[in-house]
Structure formats: structure tokens, C-alpha cells
Design a protein around this ligand. Sequence first.
Ligand code: NAP
Length: 216
Amino acid sequence: AFVTGASRGIGRACAISLASAGHRVVLAARDLAKLESVAEEIRATGGTAFVSAMDLSSEDSIRAAFKQAASEAGPITILVNNAGITRDGLSMRMKREDWDAVLQTNLTGSFLCIQQVMPAMMKERWGRIVNISSVVGESGNPGQANYVASKAGLIGLTKSLAQELGSRNITVNAITPGFIDTDMTAVLSEEVKQRMLAGIPLKRFGKPEDVAAAVR
Ligand code: NAP
């Protein structure tokens, strides 16, 4: 199982959960030191973990990471496209580079990762692809046009690929988490957090483990 963005937050929880379910996991992200420490955590509990430095904004880096992963861990039959970034701002003043960075990492990067795993999944006649989208990909959110476009794009990508690949016994699903307590949401103001909390029936934010359970 290859998990992108496994160095922290939701991806870390997914990697730990899949490893505890008996899967050999490959942890990918840019920060190799953080990946190593999550891998150590997994190995300490008897799991099997590999690390692969990868930057989703570079196609060469993605190719190299999957090549390394396949040679060390074997064919990848589970992919969790979890890595993602935000560059929030109102559209009128949004810089082109902030639009491009978010679309490149969240949407194009995910598509390129899927292309890397498709041949092995077809050969094995089995595959599981899980894309981490977001509730805002369905609802929209002011100040996040780039992020929302990338997450809505992921939903469309998921539905199309599910139809392309279903006959090969490869399922493609998306999960659309609400507010989850991670580094990504830690930067939000107390006022924004309180407003969001008010709209959550359980009156608590989600935990990375909640999403990991759905992925598993
Ligand atoms: P996070 O704590 O900020 O972690 C993001 C992960 O993505 C890190 O492991 C990061 O590692 C990796 N990453 C970022 N840019 C990358 C790049 N260019 N190449 C490779 N890896 C990269 O975020 P999170 O909250 O766990 O979110 C995980 C996913 O869930 C994201 O797709 C996010 O949009 C989605 N989501 C989150 C929430 C929420 O409330 N937190 C809600 C809905 C959906 P490095 O920095 O080491 O590369």
C-alpha cells in the first residue's frame, strides 16, 4: 500500500492503520526524516514500512518514488492519494502560482500517482485506489477556490476511473472528510474554528484516525 502525505496528519494515521491490518506500506512525502520516524513507529509494532521521498509537484520525482517503491516493496495494489495543500485567498487577488501549486499537488499529482500504479493493478487483477477529497469539494467554500476546484476535480476523477477500472477488479473511491484536527487546520483562527464547530453535530472536530478507519 502506497500512502502519499504519510509524514503527518491523516496520511500518517492511514499508513499506521493499513500496516496494522497487515499491509506492507510505503510512506511518501517530501520530508524524509518525518517519514522515517513514522516508519519506525510502524516497525516497532511489528509492521513493515518503507519510505520514499517524493514531491508531487514534480512528475520526475513521482516516477522515481514509485520505481523505488516497487523495487523495494513489490507491486503496489493499494494507493491512498492523501497528500494535499492549501493556499487560501479570495479569488480576485489569488496569485496564479497559488492556483497552480494547489491544482498541481492535489489533483494532477494524484492523477500521476494513479497512472503509476495502474499497470501493476491490472496485472494483479486487483487494486484499491482511495482519493482523499473534502466536503468543500461538494459544498464550495469562499476563500478556497483553488483548493475546492482541486477537491471537486478529485471527485470527478474518482467517478471516471471507477467506471474505467471496475471491470479489472480495481475500485476507485473518494472520501470527503469534514474538519480534521491536523497541521492543515491548526493555522485557522479560533473564530473560524468555533464557527465550524457550531455546524458539527457531534460538537467535536474529526481525528486523523476517523479518516484512516474509513480508508482501511
Ligand atoms: P497535513 O497535516 O498538512 O499533511 C499534508 C501531508 O501532505 C504531509 O504529509 C505533507 O508532507 C504532504 N505533502 C504536502 N505537499 C506535498 C508535496 N508537494 N509532495 C508530497 N507530499 C506533500 O494535512 P492533513 O490535514 O493530514 O490532510 C491530508 C489530506 O486530507 C489532504 O489532501 C487534505 O486536503 C485532506 N483533507 C483535510 C481536512 C482537514 O480538515 N485536515 C479535511 C478534508 C480533507 P511534506 O510536507 O513532508 O511533503
